[in-house]
Ligand binder design. Structure first.
Ligand code: SAH
Length: 393
């Protein structure tokens, strides 16, 4: 099927290795020449400097990521192509979480659908289109989703800043059907999800297994859940037998949701408080308080490479403060969702903070996101979430 396309991108010599090895992004500075005057949103053929076809993909002349490869076998990028890729993604979720009512259905590059994220909450779908060409196919995607999944509604959660890199406007709204808040179950705990008003696509689906893990280690513990959002870690800890749980978040909306979720599940051992985590940890230390298990699940501290040093300083500071209120032999569950912070770097920073605090760490579990957020070995960017569980002596 290796018919050449009229619109072609020729890579610079030696700039083709990463792409030949399966990385789907061609950066604009890796292009030697273009043929056929490709326009933003077009499907182009990508060739090595030596003239070998690498594959075809979406072109965006305004983005640093100039091409996102879709197919290495030069399949036609039409409705049947998207139907096939979507079905391949859905099949994985049916296998890993059969019967789940909340799940990430499509995880972008890692599902070979670059720039497309789809989350399901019961019969509601939340969609993000993060590349120009994917966004241009939103109608087609909605038609396919209605045909394949019969959702009650499809909501667009396209407010992420990533869209500005593709010169796309930030948008949010109902694309199909009508929406109302819905109740989902995760690890046997019920949450209300506001697909239109909640953070990201309404609920963080990437900590499902890590929340369950914290639950399993919580028996008899006093637990401090920092950056508690809708209370996911707190409620799993309470269900797991924690004596007390304190969730801290700076967002009033998140706290109200967390309290409502606790009540919804008949959980009375979890309390939630509005505070800045950094300040609250210092205050708790001042009061001589300590906890048996601390969860740290902060938002991303960096969105680009330039701010990595400041972000690392932030992680070290946060961990130092947490160690001061963690009982001897206590447990630390800590996560980083910044993809610019590599796993080894994050581990080093947690360890450095421990040493500076006169503590020693034992790593008990090291994980990422659950299997409905797959990763590609050749694409480190797909493995953004790092999560470690430590005993801290
Ligand atoms: N642990 C949560 C997800 C956390 S998302 C879960 O399992 O779903 C990050 C949360 O941190 C958001 O709810 C945000 O409101 C909160 N946040 C961000 N900066 C904060 C700060 N300095 N102090 C307290 N909360 C903060």
């Amino acid at each position: 099927m290796s018919q050449h396309l009229a619109k072609q991108i020729i890579l610079k010599k030696n700039e083709d290795r990463r792409i030949v090895q399966g990385h789907p992004w061609v950066f604009s500075n890796e292009i030697r020449e273009m043929h056929g005057a490709p326009q933003i949103g077009d499907v182009v053929e990508v060739l090595t400097a030596g003239g070998l076809t690498v594959g075809n993909g979406f072109f965006n002349s305004h983005s640093l990521i100039a091409v996102r490869i879709l197919s290495t076998s030069m399949e036609e990028i039409d409705e049947a192509f998207f139907r096939g890729r979507l079905e391949q993604a859905f099949e994985l979720r049916r296998r890993v979480y059969p019967g789940a009512n909340s799940v990430r259905l499509v995880h972008g590059e890692a599902d070979f659908l670059p720039g497309l994220i789809i989350d399901r909450f019961n019969d509601l779908l939340a969609i993000q289109t993060l590349s120009y060409a994917m966004d241009a196919r939103l109608e087609l995607l909605c038609n396919l989703l209605e045909e394949m999944l019969h959702p009650a509604a499809i909501v667009e959660r396209n407010e992420t800043q990533l869209r500005t890199l593709e010169e796309l406007p930030l948008e949010k709204g109902v694309l199909r059907g009508t929406v109302s808040p819905t109740i989902v179950t995760e690890n046997d705990i019920r949450y209300e999800v506001d697909v239109l008003g909640g953070q990201k696509t309404g609920f963080f689906l990437d900590q499902r297994e890590n929340r369950a893990l914290v639950g399993r280690w919580s028996r008899g513990a006093t637990v401090l859940d920092c950056f508690s959002n809708e209370g996911g870690f707190s409620l799993n800890a309470a269900r797991g037998g924690a004596v007390t749980v304190l969730g801290i978040d700076s967002s009033e909306l998140a706290l109200a949701a967390a309290s409502a979720n606790a009540a919804r599940n008949g959980i009375a051992t979890a309390a939630f408080e509005r505070a800045d985590v950094f300040e609250k940890l210092a205050a708790l230390h001042g009061e001589g308080k300590s906890f048996d298990l601390i969860v740290l699940d902060p938002p991303s501290f960096t969105r680009n490479r330039k701010t990595v040093p400041a972000a690392r300083q932030g992680y070290r500071d946060l961990h130092s403060r947490a160690f001061r209120v963690l009982a001897p032999g206590g447990l630390l569950a800590t996560a980083s969702c910044s993809h610019h912070i590599e796993p080894g770097v994050f581990l080093d920073d947690v360890d450095a903070a421990a040493r500076r605090s006169g503590r020693r760490l034992q790593l008990l579990e090291w994980r990422g996101a659950p299997p409905d957020h797959p990763t590609l070995p050749a694409v480190p960017e797909t493995g953004y979430l790092k999560f470690g569980l430590f005993r801290v002596l």
